[in-house]
Design a protein around this ligand. Structure first.
Ligand code: NDP
Ligand code: 2IT
Length: 448
């Protein structure tokens, strides 16, 4: 950990005091503040205007009861969350996560990261995040529908095309967004397409949104490698996770000629030396709602490892696409020892601070999630654009937009890192570039 400038240390202490026990939120704030060390010396106006302290305090935090009935008639009570973190650049924007580990601190860390990620896209979206401690695993479609309807029965009053626009995240995909949208439409009696993104293509969704996060992560990796005159072609790649982001990261890496040999879930990992069969993985995960072990059982050379760490598998490119803090210092040292060249985070904050330090000290190209996975929310903003103009674009056109957005995100990070004397440091570049944009808008809006 680096020391903080005294003004930033005071802000950090306030965050610790106001948000006790929220370790992931503290971690996310600390990382941004460390990057801002380089900024406050040149820009005292951000400290004088209490911009940084205001940025660390959400504009609004919602927490509510979500009762629902299972197929046997038992009543369950979950907790729903929406943290509307910052709307300086546009309506609050960010996903909903359904996972038993969701609590206020997790939602706050994700909402905080989202502010900076969304600014990096260059599109007019503020930052927010939400979700529930509901566990969709093993639940029937009817149970998931009733849960989504109950959640929306409270959430609807807080969201809207110009207010707050949720989307998916862990445990929330096309099925859940469909149920949520249906209930919003019914309660409000409005066909307000732009209230949610990640919608199905039959009712206002955008081409490429499903693929966008994984595709964008690989495009960012492509751009980083290009700075060293390297490419993905022929490289050995590992993704972690086997959900939405992992599947499409694997697909794009393969399109660029890479050899993707492993993926994982919370039960273990699979090594498939023939290369991951993305169509089969999608069938097992999306259609059958199965596990990577089920995938391995259908592939001749695939080996499933119960438990263990996917990061033990040697690779040149690593794409963590599962969850926060899934890759620690030991895993980072193993990866570096095995010849890692580059790592792009498809997940949000998957590398621990120690792991990031290991990568940076080893000179590995390292892309933080808020930059590398920004393609998902960026394509959500393209979905909002299409909804607002009652239009829908073709796949190729939308993918070209995504590609250019990721090239621009990479460029913004690289330039800010150079300007503030840390060339090649994408963590500093991402935090500084996005912070300046949000901070300038906040200064312009006055003390609100
Ligand atoms: P999915 O629900 O589709 O997939 C999540 C994957 O991660 C599953 O393989 C899951 O395994 C694994 N996973 C989740 N939680 C844990 C855990 N606690 N320990 C081990 N493995 C875990 O989610 P997404 O692919 O959408 O999201 C993955 C990551 O990407 C998250 O960090 C999310 O915030 C981030 N992200 C997602 C975006 C999107 O557009 N969807 C956009 C930007 C970032 P299992 O099934 O065993 O739980
Ligand atoms: O973390 C993220 O950027 C997302 N889960 C996507 C958010 C969005 O609004 O598309």
């Amino acid at each position: 950990m680096n020391d903080l400038d005294p003004a930033l240390q005071r802000v950090f202490q306030t965050v610790l005091d106001r948000n006790p026990g929220e370790a992931e939120f503290h971690q996310a704030v600390r990382e941004v503040l460390e990057s801002l060390n380089a900024v406050v010396a040149r820009h005292p106006e951000y400290v004088d205007g209490s911009i940084i302290e205001r940025l660390c305090e959400p504009e609004r935090q919602l927490m509510f009861r979500v009762p629902w009935t299972d197929d046997q008639g038992n009543i369950h009570i979950n907790r729903g969350f929406r943290v509307e973190f910052n709307s300086a650049l546009g309506p609050f924007k960010g996903g909903l996560r359904f996972h038993p580990t969701v609590n206020l601190g997790i939602v706050k860390f994700l909402g905080f990261e989202q502010i900076f990620k969304n600014a990096l896209t260059g599109l007019p979206i503020g930052g927010g995040k939400g979700g529930s401690d509901f566990d969709p695993k093993g639940r029937s479609d009817a149970e998931v529908m009733r849960f989504c309807q109950s959640l929306m029965t409270e959430l609807y009053r807080h969201i809207g095309e110009y207010t707050d626009v949720p989307a998916g995240d862990i445990g929330v995909g096309g099925r859940e967004i469909g149920y949520l949208f249906g209930q919003y439409k019914r309660i409000t009696n409005r066909y307000e397409s732009g209230v949610l993104t990640g919608k199905g293509l039959s009712y206002g969704g955008s081409q490429v949104r499903t693929e966008a996060t994984g595709y964008g992560t690989v495009i960012f990796a492509r751009e980083m490698l290009a700075t060293r005159n390297q490419a993905l072609s022929g490289r050995r790649v590992i993704v972690s996770g086997s959900g939405n982001v992992a599947i499409y990261a694997a697909q794009k890496a393969q399109q660029l000629g890479a050899h993707v040999v492993a993926c994982s879930d919370s039960g273990g990992y699979v090594v498939d030396e023939d290369g991951i069969d993305v169509d089969l993985l999608r069938q097992v995960k999306d259609v059958e709602r199965g596990r990577v072990a089920d995938y391995a059982a259908r592939r001749p050379k695939a080996v499933h490892h119960e438990g263990g760490s996917v990061w033990d598998v040697p690779c040149e490119i690593a794409l963590p696409c599962a969850t926060q803090n899934e890759l620690d210092g030991d895993a980072a040292r193993t990866l570096v020892g095995n010849g890692l060249l580059a790592l792009a985070e498809g997940a949000n904050m998957p590398s621990t601070p120690e792991a990031v330090q290991v990568f940076q000290e080893a000179g590995i190209l390292f892309a933080p999630g808020k930059a590398a996975n920004a393609g998902g929310v960026a394509t959500s903003a393209l979905e909002m654009q299409q909804n607002a103009s009652r239009d829908s674009w073709h796949f190729d056109h939308t993918e070209k937009r995504l590609d250019q957005i990721m090239v621009d995100v990479h460029q913004r990070c690289a330039e800010a890192a150079d300007t503030y004397g840390q060339p090649g440091n994408y963590v500093a570049g991402a935090n500084i570039s996005s912070f300046m944009q949000v901070a300038d808008a906040m200064l312009a809006h006055g003390v609100i």
